[in-house]
Design a protein around this ligand. Structure first.
Ligand code: GRF
Length: 191
């Protein structure tokens, strides 16, 4: 049976797009559900284009009920993939999917992570710190922002004069190539 992936995203979903493309014709795994806390998130449109079911939830559903856990269990989800999802994952979800929830972060953790470190703020901080390298991190999710065990990192050089846009673009390219492959490799290890 194919392994089943659920993607959580709050915004555009360019990573979700790459993951859906990657597994569209896969024999090993499929994206079974896309979830968002944001009813206007473009990721929902992207999922529709792939004819993948979507589910929108609010803060109450997520933090005060078991609705999301039950949905993921009912759909026999094997791996939960966060791709630009901005909310902290609650304990009931972490406990129900131990080591089965992963996230991608646009920096080389443990640097430039934590609450409030997302989007352009990350790249701005990297430039301000005068870093000569930057990159991405794929990691397991725990109860804190950006702190779970690191699964994979990819890096690139920061050249003098590089702008925020350049860092962002280079990081996105890495995210789009690495995330689908890391997911595929991880799923191969599950029985
Ligand atoms: C990515 O940079 C990812 O690292 C971070 O949020 C961003 C999501 O971008 N967690 P997108 O919605 O996939 O385009």
């Amino acid at each position: 049976m194919k392994k089943r992936i659920a993607i959580f995203a709050s915004g555009s979903g360019s990573n979700a797009q790459k993951i859906m493309e990657h597994f569209k014709y896969s024999d090993g795994a499929e994206v079974a559900l896309v979830l968002s806390n944001n009813p206007d998130a473009y990721v929902l449109q992207r999922a529709d284009n792939f004819e993948i079911p979507t589910h929108v939830f609010d803060k109450h559903d997520f933090y005060q009920t078991d609705e999301i856990v039950e949905l993921l269990k009912r759909l026999e989800i094997d791996l939960v993939v966060l791709a630009g999802f901005l909310w902290l994952v609650p304990e009931n979800l972490l406990k129900s999917f131990p080591n089965k929830i992963i996230n991608i972060h646009p920096a080389l953790l443990p640097k430039f992570g934590g609450k409030g470190m997302y989007g352009d703020r990350v790249h701005k901080a990297v430039l301000e710190a005068g870093e000569d390298e930057h990159g991405i991190t794929i990691h397991f999710v725990n109860e804190n922002f950006d702190e779970g065990e690191i699964i994979h990192q990819a890096r690139f050089r920061v050249d003098p004069g590089d702008t925020l846009e350049i860092l962002k673009f280079n990081g996105q390219q890495l995210e789009h190539t690495h995330y689908p492959k890391v997911i595929e490799n991880l799923l191969k290890k599950y029985n």
